[in-house]
Write a protein that binds this ligand. Structure first.
Ligand SMILES: Nc1nc2c(ncn2[C@@H]2O[C@H](COP(=O)(O)OP(=O)(O)OP(=O)(O)O)[C@@H](O)[C@H]2O)c(=O)[nH]1
Ligand SMILES: [Mg+2]
Length: 230
């Protein structure tokens, strides 16, 4: 096992029709598949405001950002370890992964949202129940970077007090980038967000970024575990 955690299963499924339950997260469907991982510890997200509550050992992560920034590609890369062909997401898609942290097993439920405006009323339902929200922008597209502020505002309006927010600058494999690491990091430091850069195309830093997001949720929940305390 090369990764920080041992990932046990992959779940995928769900749609708009799944939003009827008490919490939209209640309806994630589960199945099992193997996965690979390569992780080094790296940057950690920032401070949380109050102790995070983890019920039923389930960690809930919502992924938002403009359409085409690579949200689906990132989460598919994280859960399959491979490059995936994607098409624009309709509504939301669910992917669940079971993660072993030492002796303990956690269910990680990822909600991959559609970036297009017409789907935002659906995405809105998922902010509140999320332990973490990951905002993705495309380092080659300035508009997607400026819209990080819009996504952050949505988190602040609809998310819980204790939510952890990380930003991913994706597509760093493309030479013609328009947003520098320094500029993005300076903003994220200022507003207290974790900042990561990835390429879903090549797989750069994807494993580490989502692992660190999970670690930060566990730490924010006061979980004591030698693996996450390293
Ligand atoms: N070069 C490069 N292309 C990428 C990368 N990540 C995603 N793409 C491409 O960008 C396009 C959009 O990727 P998606 O993952 O579907 O984007 P999305 O954010 O899920 O889009 P919506 O579902 O519409 O919100 C696809 O053609 C991907 O192959 C990356 O890291 N590098
Ligand atoms: Mg998508």
């Amino acid at each position: 096992m090369k990764g920080l955690f041992r990932k046990l299963g992959l779940t995928s499924g769900g749609s708009e029709a799944d939003l009827e339950g008490e919490s939209p997260y209640d309806n994630v469907i589960t199945s099992t598949a193997p996965l690979t991982s390569t992780t080094n510890g790296a940057q950690m997200a920032k401070t949380q405001k109050e102790l995070v509550q983890i019920d039923n050992d389930t960690i809930k992560v919502l992924i938002v950002g403009d359409s085409g920034t690579g949200k689906t590609s990132l989460i598919k890369n994280y859960t399959t370890g491979k490059k995936n062909v994607t098409r624009p997401t309709v509504g939301v898609e669910f992917i669940q992964r079971n993660i072993e942290v030492g002796e303990k097993s956690y269910k990680c439920q990822f909600v991959d949202s559609a970036g297009q405006d017409i789907f935002q009323s659906i995405t809105q339902k998922f902010y509140h129940g999320s332990h973490a929200v990951v905002i993705v922008y495309d380092v080659t597209k300035p508009d997607t970077w400026h819209n990080v502020r819009k996504w952050l505002k949505n988190v602040q309006e609809h998310g819980s007090e204790s939510v952890i927010v990380n930003v991913i600058g994706n597509k760093i494999d493309i030479q013609a980038r328009h947003i520098t690491t320094e500029e993005a990091k300076e903003y994220c430091d200022k507003v207290d967000l974790g900042y990561f850069e990835c390429s879903a195309e090549v797989g750069t830093n994807v494993e580490n970024t989502f692992d660190e997001t999970v670690v930060h949720v566990l730490k924010a929940a006061g979980v004591k575990n030698p693996i996450i305390e390293k």
